[in-house]
Write a protein of this length. Structure first.
Length: 240
């Protein structure tokens, strides 16, 4: 067998391994969606009760299929979240043979930190920020102007904000990784703080509803996390 044929055989075997990994992930998601759909009404009920704790709030739905589709959306989201470790494990088994030991350790630490920061961002959003946003929206109520919250709109807002907070909480890890890899210089990043603040506010404006409260609730902790990433990078720089 020639060298070219060896390369083609290796490529085919890699593609076959990738196909099996993707197929296992898809099958797991398909199996999980059914029981999670049965659980989704309880999740929706819990969410509505949490909103009701913010004041005299009654959630409404405006079409016969709205709640059903909302439960489907919730179950799909839970499916992706709960099975993401299994999907990540499948992908990890696919790339594992091609990595050196130091690369394996580095990727494991990055994945662990990424997951932890994402969960922290989602928790911060749902526990701290989202109730404040609801209270802020209710503060405009008066005797002539009463809020009517649609359950689908509110759940969708919570999901988008959770995703935005989870992504923005990756900022310290990105900052640390770029400086540690030598792609950017620590002193240069420190000198560009004003531009970083502007960039954070712009991203916060793009990822949140068009109100200043949501933008500040996302922008302020993101900047603190940026400074945390700089602190970690400085310690790494001093050690080396």
């Amino acid at each position: 067998m020639t060298s070219k044929q060896d390369q083609e055989a290796t490529l085919i075997s890699h593609l076959e391994a990738l196909r099996r990994a993707l197929l296992r992930s898809i099958v797991a998601l398909a199996i999980g969606i059914v029981p999670l759909f049965l659980v989704s009404p309880y999740v929706l009920d819990w969410f509505c009760k949490q909103i009701a704790l913010q004041g005299d709030v009654t959630l409404h739905y405006f079409s016969p299929m709205e709640v059903f589709l909302l439960q489907l959306k919730i179950s799909a989201l839970l499916d992706c979240v709960l099975f993401s470790p299994y999907i990540a494990w499948n992908m990890w088994q696919f790339v594992l043979p091609a990595l050196y030991d130091n690369e394996k350790r580095f990727i494991r630490s990055i994945v662990a930190m990424t997951s932890g920061l994402f969960i922290a961002g989602v928790a911060f959003c749902l526990v701290v920020c989202f109730p404040l946003i609801v209270q802020f929206g209710m503060s405009f109520a008066s005797t002539t102007l009463q809020p009517v919250f649609g359950v689908s709109n509110l759940v969708t807002l919570a999901l988008w904000l959770s995703l935005a907070f989870g992504c923005m909480f990756q900022f310290p890890l990105v900052t640390y990784a770029l400086i540690r890899a030598g792609i950017v210089n620590y002193e240069t990043v420190c000198s560009k703080r004003p531009y970083v603040v502007v960039a954070i506010l712009l991203f916060a404006a793009l990822l949140t509803p068009p109100d200043i409260i949501s933008q500040l609730l996302l922008g302020a902790p993101t900047y603190l996390l940026f400074e945390t990433g700089l602190l970690a990078a400085r310690r790494f720089k001093n050690r080396n």
